[in-house]
Design a protein around this ligand. Structure first.
Ligand code: HEC
Length: 243
């Protein structure tokens, strides 16, 4: 009986502890793929700001309505630009050859990035852009140094600048701050929320069935617990006469 209980507890732990532990200096994205409001805002921000360059080619448009809690018409009206056919996947407006030429690196497909890099990494990346004092670099990124992606959300966040510190390895970026005179449309808290919504949407895209799987998992575990209890009672009942 003890072994069964232990097994059950391990089972429960492994279904709830699905998110990879944050590592290093990453910010905590606190993703919650069952938060439909966040997914809807994230989908909209993603369509408006990211799909010019990035595709999400493993995700089909018609897979979005149910998990986002919206109708297919809303997806068509708000997220899809240009021609679309039922079953189409999420494509970038730009050809990746052009991206490689214009930015020095082709903007990668983002379907699985939140799983490959981790959601906290994506969230931190979107909060790590700064204007490099070296004008030939332009936008830089504290997490991915010399990233060729421009800070596409600067209108929202403002124009962040880096604070430097002397370390044993030379001068390094210690932190990032948006000076008062360079604030964007959103407050710091609102920008965090916006980038969290985008990250949440990317986490959902990387594993669209996760919310459903967790929901089913709870029922399965519940069933197992009740079933184990019943089986135990039955065993006692059967063995009572034999002892
Ligand atoms: C103007 C084109 C452009 C736009 C718009 C754009 N990106 Fe990028 N993005 C790039 C390029 C180019 C890279 C490759 C950077 C590199 O490797 O140096 C990149 C890389 C990334 C990466 C890192 C992927 C990895 O695994 O290395 C993430 C995450 C990302 N973009 C997210 C976003 C999100 C989210 C948006 C919308 C808010 C967005 N991008 C909008 C061009 C763009």
């Amino acid at each position: 009986m003890r072994k069964i209980l232990l097994g059950l507890m391990l089972g429960i732990l492994s279904t709830t502890g699905y998110a990879a532990a944050p590592s290093g200096n990453l910010m905590d994205a606190q993703v919650d793929v069952s938060d439909q409001g966040s997914l809807q805002r994230g989908a909209k921000l993603f369509a408006n700001n990211c799909m010019g360059c990035h595709s999400a080619k493993y995700v089909r448009w018609n897979a979005l309505p149910e998990p986002l809690g919206v109708s297919m018409e809303m997806v068509e009206d708000n997220l899809i630009y240009g021609a679309y056919q039922a079953g189409d996947t999420i494509n970038a407006a730009m050809r990746s050859e052009d991206g490689a030429e214009w930015f020095g690196a082709a903007p990668p497909d983002l379907s699985l990035t939140a799983r490959a890099r981790g959601a906290d990494w994506v969230y931190t990346y979107l909060n790590s852009f700064y204007r490099d004092p070296d004008a030939s670099i332009g936008w830089n990124n504290k997490l991915l140094a010399n990233s060729s992606m421009p800070h596409v959300l600067w209108r929202l966040q403002g124009v962040p600048e880096a604070e430097y510190e002397d370390t044993a390895n030379g001068v390094q970026v210690a932190g990032i701050r948006v000076p008062d005179a360079q604030q964007g449309m959103l407050s710091t808290a609102e920008y965090h929320q916006a980038t969290r919504d985008i990250t949440n949407y990317m986490a959902f895209m990387a594993e669209p069935v996760r919310a459903k799987r967790q929901e089913i998992g709870v029922w399965v575990i519940g069933f197992l617990v009740i079933f184990t209890g019943l089986a135990y009672l039955m065993k006692r009942e059967y063995w009572r006469d034999i002892h």
